[in-house]
Design a binder for this molecule. Sequence first.
Ligand SMILES: [Zn+2]
Length: 371
Amino acid sequence: MTRTLLRSAAYLDVAAGEIVHDDVLIDGDVIGSGAEADETVDCRGMLLVPGFIDCHTHVALTEVLSANWLDLPRSARALSAVPVLRTLLSLGVTTVRDAWGADAGLRLAVERGWIDGPQLLISLRQVCTTGGIGDHYSVASGPVGGYAEPSMPDPVFDGADGARAAVRRMVRAGADWIKAAITGSIAAGTGVHDVQFTPDEMRALVEEAAARGRDVMVHAHGARGAELAASCGARSIEHGVYLDEQAVEAMAVNGTFYVPTLSCSKIPEHRRSVRLAVDAGVPIAMGTDNPVTPHSTVLDEISLLAEVGLGAVGALRAATINAAQLLRLPDRGEIAVGKRADLVLLDGDDLDVSHLADRVKAVWHNGKRYR
Ligand SMILES: [Zn+2]
């Protein structure tokens, strides 16, 4: 096992919110202690931060946004993720939660080292009731092809028993997370304030997921959908463009995380929702909803979070320790002895997060230097 000493490092202690000046030792795949090393990297004038975590991305949907995606073979969708995963890792993103689109084959390809990429947690498809945003359906031709295959199970359900069956289908095909859509989407342009699950359906999703050791991430734009999902035990609310006081209160009381994905909308209501959530004490985690904006701009989300009221440290926490807590991955998200050696070395030792992508000098993933 190689021991690499990052000498004279300034690193961000995300828990304390302070910059610490000390050497950091990478011991195999974890952060170790001591100064004995096989190699050293001079980190003077640079800042080490934990590997970034994008809690809401779509690594395999870049081609789906193109005009002719229905004419592409299915393999094209999976292969389109290869350069995306490489780009994310080169920018210091070492863990991602895919919010639908990636299947278990892609996760396996990363695990086996066939392709380079962050650790990939998958949700397969977004479960919803008939006519919801996961129900790709044409009144002319019926279900829209391209997604329906054994590795990407049918996400549409109705009723509490149907909700349980939908969770079981996703788990059977290897989902790490259950992604559910309780409202319409801004992209689809309809139903953003609708509540498309009954309380029984929402509860059944959470209960069945929990019984299988999974959590539920819920796409919700309208406040009432977010409130219902939070009160039924959803682990995170995604987007939450139109939250109100009552919704953020339900999230705070239930310990629900909020993944605002500011990259996907710049409207004032959305920024207001984030400020309401912060004031209510809701934990915020970073997610982009890319490829709504290009994956190469992933780190812009951190700067958007900083600007909207989290500040630089709060935004970096959202992308590291808070994200790790949301994902129940206690082995990462901060620079401390025993944690996974997922590290990003930034040029300059200041906490300005406005141009992070330009500052990335080196990336270690599981202790292995990628860049
Ligand atoms: Zn999304």
